[in-house]
Ligand binder design. Structure first.
Ligand SMILES: NC(=O)c1ccc[n+]([C@@H]2O[C@H](COP(=O)([O-])OP(=O)(O)OC[C@H]3O[C@@H](n4cnc5c(N)ncnc54)[C@H](OP(=O)(O)O)[C@@H]3O)[C@@H](O)[C@H]2O)c1
Length: 289
């Protein structure tokens, strides 16, 4: 199939390119070649290229910056997603949108189901939720996969930031009262390629790795595994702190574990535990060094 990936230079876009089955033909785009918030440019590009599937991995992902950049966040995450979904509908292409756990308020204490009530706490999550709504309005057969805490060997992310800070400092404080599940973007890419094989799938699904962690737990695992692999030469003490002690412009959900059951059933793939996925990604970084 001819598959178009938007945001192809981001974490997920890069992992999708790296793991694309050889029998697909890829059309990869990112800024500045195609701005998804430009409706006319999107429509013309799709009509010229005629992809059979569009995977929207493009997004405005600067969660804290979005608080003071609401217009751009909505232009990309809401209107951009809507433009692509409408364009896909016009040319008869299948559309896959990626969304986020940040559309939830975090007030639950059990994993969020795909049809649980959303309640974003900040601009980024609200703009992604508006994107979901535009996508489903424009394209009733679209697939939306919500994910969370994404990291990869490509691009910037929590794992790479932690490794840098751990190498520089002897002690780090990390919030322990925000709980979710990390997601290795390579695993998410594998699931997306599986969804392409199941043409009957539509609607909202959740995907992260398996298990539960706080950012503090995640940081502790990064430190331990990185030391074992020789990515860190000296130990770094990780201290748990509360979100109140680490104020950020955007409020984040205290609990955003996603229930993945329907995605596991639909795709036939079950996520591995996040600590195992982290180990695989750190091994990739080790091999790159
Ligand atoms: N990262 C996470 O922790 C996380 C968590 C939950 C859900 N998600 C979702 O997962 C998906 C993939 O995230 P990611 O981490 O791979 O994001 P990413 O690394 O930030 O990549 C996003 C890509 O989209 C591009 N982009 C931004 N604005 C654009 C526009 N107007 N038109 C076209 N391309 C544009 C970016 O280009 P520039 O770099 O030049 O801006 C970047 O290459 C997104 O839908 C995101 O909302 C991510």
């Amino acid at each position: 199939m001819k598959v178009m990936i938007t945001g192809c230079n981001g974490q997920l876009g890069s992992e999708l390119q790296a793991s694309c089955p050889a029998y697909h033909e890829l059309v990869c785009v990112d800024l500045p070649q195609l701005d998804i918030s430009d409706d006319k440019a999107v429509s013309e590009f799709l009509k010229a290229q005629q992809p059979q599937v569009i995977i929207n991995a493009a997004a405005y992902t600067a969660v804290d910056k979005a608080e003071s950049d609401q217009a751009l966040s909505y232009a990309v995450n809401a209107d951009g997603a809507g433009n692509l979904a409408r364009g896909a509908q016009q040319i008869g292409a299948r559309f896959i949108q990626i969304s986020t756990d940040f559309i939830f308020s975090g007030e639950q204490s059990s994993p969020y189901q795909p049809d649980d009530q959303p309640g974003p706490m900040a601009v980024y999550g609200a703009s992604k939720l508006a994107g979901e709504q535009q996508v489903l309005t424009e394209n009733a057969s679209a697939v939306i996969i919500r994910t969370a805490w994404v990291y990869s060997r490509f691009g910037g992310n929590f794992v790479k930031t932690m490794l840098r800070l751990m190498a520089e400092r002897e002690e780090l404080s990390v919030v322990s009262d925000q709980v979710g599940t990390p997601c290795w973007a390579a695993g998410l890419a594998t699931v997306i390629w599986r969804f392409l094989e199941r043409e009957e799938l539509q609607g909202i699904y959740h995907w992260t790795d398996a298990g539960v962690a706080s950012w503090y737990d995640f940081a502790v695992a990064i430190e331990q595994q990185a030391r074992e692999l020789g990515l860190l030469e000296k130990p770094c003490t990780i201290k748990p702190i509360s979100s109140a002690d680490y104020p950020t412009p955007a409020k984040r959900p205290a609990y955003s574990v996603l229930d993945k059951t329907s995605c596991w059933q639909a795709s036939g793939l079950e996520g591995q535990h996040w600590q195992l996925a982290l180990g695989e990604m750190l091994q990739q970084l080790q091999q790159q060094q």
